[in-house]
Design a protein around this ligand. Structure first.
Ligand SMILES: Nc1ncnc2c1ncn2[C@@H]1O[C@H](COP(=O)(O)OP(=O)(O)O)[C@@H](O)[C@H]1O
Ligand SMILES: [Mg+2]
Length: 353
């Protein structure tokens, strides 16, 4: 399916439900049936009554003029992208509950395209929906976590790069309340220079750990979305993190490179961060119709045993479309299989403590 088709469908959806209060309609216009997830204990979860939008965002949606379907189709991608207002940490809404011990979890797999950024966004949003305070740190110069949540990177003065270089505090770059309970420390392409620039700096592996230390106690979860490499940025994530979440795509060569990843983890554990461990391994893009997905899932479960989450993330067109609209799946398709899976994962994450 072309991206254009998704814009067309989304345009219809917006105009059928102008205030975006009832998200059930989105599944009614969805004809692209997603695969059944066999064996995935995806729990039935309630659909939230309202979409978590800032008032500025909902005004923007409401103010979109209603027009004929041809005109709707002609709307550009830019019109459909919900831009997140660039607020500062000082504007953060009061936190309603007492935050317990902060868990810092790096989402890591040096393979690209396995679902790291998607999981950062969608798991973060699902935990926020459940009332948790979550910070997403985008540590990938590609900035997919930032743009996937509607953050326009060209409007940012500072990003996580400035924090690593010691030129800004983490709270200086955090954009609060991007979704309910979800703050983001964004990345821009400037971060690409950090690997080189940090090499000459003192305590270069500890930069992120120091920055994250300053916000411990303010969040229930801090997720670090890592770049697809085992360079200095990833080492910073491994030093800053308490635990690792490893997404594995249900594809050929799923376990390729995993030994290298575990070696890096062990090295950091021995020298820099003794308590580092695996929090969980997540099977992503699972297609229950294919034998391959089933084989990969069973291979990964044999290898990692109980570390593998019971919840499996299905391959879903909706999940892949959501970032181009600047929304997590829990808002873009709140009652679909993808949102259900990430909500079930959020519950499993909470239950793992
Ligand atoms: N469950 C899924 N179903 C379908 N597409 C997915 C799913 N998870 C991720 N994708 C898509 O796969 C691509 C890679 O995912 P991404 O999260 O960016 O991976 P990574 O951060 O590991 O490079 C993206 O285009 C994303 O939209
Ligand atoms: Mg990514």
């Amino acid at each position: 399916m072309g991206l254009f088709d998704s814009f067309k469908r989304q345009t219809n959806r917006f105009h059928e439900e102008p205030v975006v209060e009832d998200n059930h309609a989105s599944s009614q216009v969805e004809t692209n049936e997603e695969p059944v997830i066999e064996g995935a204990p995806v729990e039935a979860t309630e659909v939230p009554e309202t979409v978590n939008m800032t008032s500025a965002e909902s005004e923007e949606v409401v103010s979109r003029e209603t027009s004929s379907s041809e005109e709707q189709v002609a709307k550009s991608a830019a019109d459909m992208y919900i831009a997140t207002p660039i607020k500062s940490y000082a504007d953060k809404k009061p936190v309603k509950h007492v935050v317990g011990a902060t868990k810092v979890i790096a989402i890591l797999n040096q393979k690209g395209g396995v679902g790291k950024s998607t999981t950062a966004i969608d798991l973060g949003a699902a935990l926020g929906e459940l009332g948790k305070q979550v910070l997403l740190i985008d540590l990938d110069p590609q900035g997919n976590t930032s743009s996937g949540l509607g953050i326009e990177k060209n409007r940012l003065d500072q990003c996580i790069y400035d924090v690593l270089l010691g030129e800004a505090a983490l709270t200086d770059v955090i954009i609060p309340d991007v979704c309910e309970g979800l703050d983001v420390a964004p990345a821009t392409i400037n971060l690409a220079g950090a690997e080189v620039e940090l090499v000459a700096e003192m305590a270069r592996e500890n930069r992120l750990k120091e920055a994250v230390g300053a916000v411990r106690g303010r969040y229930d979860y801090v997720f670090i979305d890592c770049p697809p490499s085992l360079g200095l940025l990833t080492i910073n994530a491994l030093v800053a993190a308490d635990k690792l979440l490893i997404p594995i795509q249900c594809e050929f060569y799923a376990l390729e490179g995993v030994t290298k990843l575990l070696d890096s983890m062990k090295r950091v554990k021995t020298h820099l961060n003794p308590s580092l461990d695996i929090f969980g391994v997540l099977l992503t893009m699972y297609d229950g119709r294919t034998t391959l997905s089933k084989q990969v899932a069973s291979e990964v479960r044999n290898f990692f045993a109980k570390r593998v989450f019971d919840v499996v993330i299905p391959r879903s067109v909706k999940i892949s479309e959501a970032p181009s609209f600047g929304q997590p799946i829990t808002q873009y398709d709140p009652s679909g299989k993808g949102a259900e899976a990430y909500r079930a994962l959020a519950k499993e994450v909470i239950s793992r403590g």
